[in-house]
Design a protein around this ligand. Structure first.
Ligand code: F6R
Length: 596
């Protein structure tokens, strides 16, 4: 979703810092971009399209200044046009503002401002902010007080940054939308996400809801709503700038798929003791939940479905809910622990669900990738999945790390009957994943079926969320119709869609009764002439009915889900590559969905 970058103190380099920062935020998804610099007058440049379009725009007359803010916009109010791109300005052109989130009361503010004589240039909710600042300045307030006055009138979610002509400072505020400061020896940065300035510094300060920040060349100050200074911890991020580069891969998604053995190793490091048959998840082991409700969206919801199954297998009642539904139609929680699964830790729907759970007195746990994220800070407990930064919009390594982390959680808080076998399988996951990456024939399968009219994915038990995730991954990056089903559901409707032009990917692992039932489902689609691609460890006889086989190593069914998913990620990736899609930034999608 929208991204913010700000820079103070990099004289002569401000524009480069901003544009570089914007390029690092591209992964969040956007449809227009812009910058505003001040120092030698306030200059703003913005346009619809990509960062390269903005670069072209900047070449004519590059703006200069010692202070600047930049933005990538993902449309919520009004289409992606030059006018709707940020920064937005007031009537005098002395104020420029960038904003992430949604200002819920913008229409009434706008009506009042228009009635008072202000002229609006865009359809956005954001544009009310520079006009509110303009009014306060006209009433005699200084720039910082004018900014605070404007912010005090906003309702909704926002990360806002503003610059005012003649003032070498950035004023910023956050509520429900992430904002982080970067602290360097001779310069300060501000961004919605650390990668935007990680090339310059690894020291960061996370703003909390309700906090303001003022950055000047010689100081950074965080204050609360009353103007009192807030003492903030300076944290150090523990990942390299190179981790946000492509390292020779054509796409971030492919790089991140190949990083999965390392991501899994990081997730499991120091947390599993194979000899003792135990996991170590620190204090979380004391949670002893009598019930668990997972809340999550998209791919993370598929991880949550899987996590709920693991807990049920260990005798704990557990359910996964779509966070957007949970937030408004909250089920009875009782004593349940409410677990938010969210790689970014910033997904608005998941945060709303967690907040509702907290409001009702529930204990909450965030399973997340991002240290210092809102979910991590707001929940009572955190389990980090340690996948490292994920840039591609389609979640890959964070999903497998979520699955691994949820195994740790289930093992750590329950008396899992087959803990020893599961732990042994988890230990093998990195090398088993590497074996798939080395030998997968997913590319040739993808090429063979790249022109199919639709794709179906089926699985049961642990492999059911894998089927759902296989379909989501394929649809989001290929723009082709794909659906995942529980194998048993096929004959209750979806079978009507199955033809010789709809490949069916069947995830069949093991050779127990569940596998036998899924092989039965495979026979149903085979009888309707659908091409069958079996993702299998070879233990059942599914290969007899399959046109293509994607092999995974034999392992515990819980770990098999992780491995089968890797094969399906590769199918989605190679299909999208074959179709020439925008793999890392699929149309209409954003990496971090910070609006409900
Ligand atoms: C799909 C994808 C999304 C996210 C969803 C939740 O590839 O990435 O479906 O899983 O938007 O995001 P997080 O996990 O950040 O809460």
């Amino acid at each position: 979703m929208c991204g913010i970058i700000g820079s103070v103190g990099r004289d002569g380099e401000t524009l480069d810092v901003l544009v570089h920062g914007l390029s690092k935020l591209e992964y969040r998804g956007y449809d227009s971009a812009g910058v505003a610099l001040t120092g030698d007058g306030l200059q703003t440049r913005k346009c619809a399209g990509e960062i390269d379009d903005l670069r072209a725009e900047l070449e004519h007359e590059p703006p200069a200044g010692v202070v600047g803010i930049g933005h990538t916009r993902w449309s919520t109010h009004g289409p992606p046009t030059d006018e709707n791109a940020h920064p937005h300005q007031d009537c005098t052109g002395d104020v420029a503002v960038v904003h992430n989130g949604i200002i819920e009361n913008y229409q009434s503010l706008r009506d009042e401002l228009v009635a008072a004589g202000h002229t609006f240039e865009s359809d956005t909710d954001t544009e009310v902010v520079p006009h509110l600042i303009e009014d306060a300045l006209a009433d005699g307030a200084g720039p910082e007080a004018a900014f605070r006055s404007a912010i005090s009138k906003l309702e909704g979610s926002y990360a806002v940054a503003a610059v005012v002509d003649g003032t070498e400072a950035i004023f910023a505020a956050r509520n429900d939308s992430p904002l982080v400061l970067g602290i360097d020896d001779d310069a300060y940065y501000l961004a919605s996400d650390v990668p935007a300035f990680r090339d310059h510094t690894d020291r960061v300060v996370y703003l909390e809801d309700g906090e303001f920040a003022t950055l000047r060349a010689d100081e950074w100050i965080v204050s609360d709503g009353t103007g009192e200074t807030v003492e903030k911890a300076v944290n150090t991020v523990d990942w390299d700038p190179e981790e946000t580069g492509k390292s020779g891969y054509e796409h971030f998604m492919l790089k991140e798929i190949h990083e999965q053995p390392r991501a899994l190793r990081q997730c499991l490091r120091g947390r599993v003791d194979e000899l003792a048959g135990e996991v170590d998840i620190g204090d979380l082991a004391d949670l002893s939940p009598t019930g668990v409700q997972f809340v999550a969206c998209g791919t993370s919801y598929h991880a949550a479905l899987y996590g709920a199954q693991l807990l049920r297998e260990a005798g704990i009642p557990a359910q996964a809910f779509l966070a957007s539904e949970y937030a408004t139609a909250t089920p009875p929680i009782g004593d349940a622990l409410v677990v938010g699964v969210t790689q970014s830790g910033e997904t608005a729907d998941t945060l709303s669900a967690l907040r509702e759970a907290r409001r009702r007195g529930a204990r909450t746990l965030a399973v997340t990738n991002v240290v210092g994220s809102t979910a991590a800070r707001e929940c009572d407990h955190v389990l980090y999945i340690r996948a490292g930064p994920e840039i591609g919009v389609a979640a890959t390594k964070t999903f497998v790390s979520q699955l691994a982390a949820l195994n740790l959680l289930a093992l750590g808080v329950t008396n899992c009957p087959d803990a020893r076998e599961t732990i042994a399988a988890l230990r093998e996951l990195p090398s088993d994943t590497q074996a798939i990456l080395d030998d997968s024939t997913a590319e040739s399968v993808a090429e063979q079926y790249a022109d199919a009219s639709a794709y179906f994915f089926i699985g049961r038990e642990h492999q059911y969320p894998v089927a759902l995730e296989g379909a989501l991954k394929l649809k989001e990056i290929t723009y082709k119709h794909a659906e995942g089903f529980a194998g048993g559901e096929l004959k209750h409707g979806p079978l009507a869609l199955v033809t010789d032009d709809t490949p069916v990917f069947a995830v069949v692992t093991g050779d127990d009764a569940t596998a036998t039932k899924l092989v039965g489902n495979v026979k149903e689609v085979e009888a309707r002439d659908a091409p069958v691609v079996a993702v299998t460890d070879g233990q059942s006889d599914v290969e007899r009915y399959a046109d293509e086989v994607l092999r995974i190593p034999e392992t515990h069914p819980r770990a098999a889900a992780v491995l089968a998913n890797v094969q399906l990620q590769l199918v989605a990736y190679h299909t999208a590559a074959r179709l020439g899609r925008s793999i890392d930034k699929p149309r209409n999608l954003a990496k971090s969905v910070t609006v409900e």
